[in-house]
Design a protein around this ligand. Sequence first.
Ligand SMILES: [Zn+2]
Ligand SMILES: [Zn+2]
Length: 218
Amino acid sequence: MPMMLTYAFSPEYMIHNLTISEIRVAFKHAFRKWASVIPVNFTETDDYGFADIKIGFYNGDHGDGEPFDGVLGILAHSFSPESGRFHLDAAETWAVDFQKEKSTVAIDLESVATHEIGHLLGLGHSSVKEAVMYPSLMPRDQKLELTMDDIEGVQALYGSNPNFRFSSMLESDISTNNSVGNRVQKIRTNIGALQVQIGNKEVVTKPKSIGVLIMTAL
Ligand SMILES: [Zn+2]
Ligand SMILES: [Zn+2]
């Protein structure tokens, strides 16, 4: 039996530059990626109060001791399912389509959702640069596909989805990167960090190079 987790959007704390259906699609895609590799199902529910994962967009200090900070900087934070809070900074220019959203500080909603779901599942940050769980994302950039590192990390916690096959994934990964031993090492590091991720939050600082966001877990 796969584990079932429900998620819901706050009826009050939403953003208005995207439609609710655009937001729902971005999250649906993000949840589906993780569900395809582990035996966990995610289902949207209207019952916000009882949802395992509660998604909302908040401004500044919003009562959980982790205030948001306006444009860029902190983008989002999330907590493991016991709490299930999945908060995004309402001050960001959230985007699902960079053709439509021209802002230079636009942040890709699906990329951040995918990263945060990794935290909700218990994953820490990865040192593998291509990984979804790598703590860095540039404005107007996307990081949508789970890498071997993300998959190994989450499968160490939940096991594999019976329908998931590693082989095709492995081939493409190995063809672009021969340092398999190195990668295994990094996966171990990732798994080792899992125990300290409850209450994990995102902190983003702006380094000197323009437009690059570095997120650091505290
Ligand atoms: Zn919060
Ligand atoms: Zn993170």
